[in-house]
Design a protein around this ligand. Structure first.
Ligand code: ADP
Ligand code: NI
Length: 213
C-alpha cells in the first residue's frame, strides 16, 4: 500500500468514526489540524511528515466525550493501522493521541516531537476566530449559557464553570503559554490577541446602557 492510499484510507476511517461528534469537532476540525500540523512540521522539521499527517487525522477518534469508551477507541485505531500497513508507527501514534488532550489525565507528558507538533496544531484550532466559533458551538451543544455575569467578576476572575465565556478563562486564554514549538507560539500570539479583542467587544456590548432622562 502506498502512502497516498494510506492517507485516503485514514481519511475515510476518520470520517466514518466521527459521526455524532459536535460540529466543532467535525471533519473540518480534523482538516484544519492536519493543515496546521503539517505546516508546523515543515517549519520545524521535527517528525516524519506521513506520521504527522496520520496522527493529525486520528487525533480525536478516541475522545471519551464522544467515543464513549476511549479504550475502545484505541483498539479501533490499532486495528485500523494494522490493516493499513501502519503497524510500525502504531504505538507511537496511539501514545501521542492519548497525550494530546489539554485535559489529558496522564500525569507525565510524553516527550515526543510528534506530540509537540500535533498538540500545537490542536491547540491553535481552539483559539482565534475559529476557537471562538468552536467554543460557542460546543456551549450550544451542551446548552450552556453564553455568559453569566454573576459567575465572572468584572476583573475577569472566574468563580464557576457554567458559561462559554468562563471557558475562555479556564482554557482558551491559557493555551498560548502552553505551546511547544516556536512556530506554534508565533501563530498562537495572533490568535490570542483576537480572543482578547473579542472579549473586550463582548463586555462593551454586554454592558451597554443608556441613561434616559
Ligand atoms: P481537547 O481536544 O484539547 O481535549 P476539548 O475536546 O475539550 O479539547 O474541546 C474541543 C473544543 O470544544 C475546543 O474548541 C474547546 O474550546 C471547546 N470546549 C470544550 N469545553 C468547552 C466548554 N465547557 N465551553 C465551551 N467550549 C468548550
Ligand atoms: Ni482536536
Amino acid at each position: 500500500m502506498d502512502k497516498e492510499e494510506q492517507i485516503i484510507n485514514t481519511e475515510e476511517f476518520v470520517k466514518a468514526n466521527m459521526k455524532g461528534y459536535d460540529s466543532g469537532h467535525d471533519w473540518w476540525h480534523i482538516v484544519r489540524v492536519r493543515n496546521l500540523a503539517m505546516f508546523i512540521n515543515e517549519m520545524e522539521l521535527l517528525a516524519d511528515p506521513l506520521t504527522v499527517e496520520i496522527t493529525a487525522l486520528l487525533h480525536d477518534i478516541a475522545d471519551s466525550k464522544f467515543a464513549g469508551d476511549s479504550a475502545k477507541g484505541y483498539l479501533l485505531i490499532s486495528d485500523f493501522m494494522d490493516k493499513n500497513g501502519l503497524s510500525s508507527i502504531r504505538e507511537q501514534v496511539i501514545n501521542v493521541v492519548k497525550n494530546i488532550s489539554f485535559s489529558s489525565k496522564s500525569t507525565k507528558e510524553l516527550d515526543d516531537p510528534l506530540l509537540f507538533v500535533v498538540q500545537d496544531a490542536d491547540r491553535l484550532d481552539a483559539i482565534g476566530a475559529i476557537g471562538v466559533a468552536r467554543a460557542f458551538n460546543y456551549g450550544g451543544f451542551r446548552n450552556n449559557k453564553i455568559y453569566d455575569p454573576e459567575v465572572i467578576s468584572p476583573s475577569g476572575s472566574v468563580h464557576g464553570t457554567s458559561s462559554t465565556i468562563s471557558h475562555f478563562y479556564e482554557k482558551l486564554l491559557l493555551l498560548k503559554y502552553r505551546m511547544n514549538t516556536l512556530t506554534g507560539k508565533k501563530m498562537a500570539d495572533e490568535r490570542h490577541e483576537f480572543l482578547e479583542l473579542f472579549l473586550k467587544q463582548f463586555y462593551k456590548e454586554w454592558d451597554f446602557s443608556v441613561k434616559i432622562k
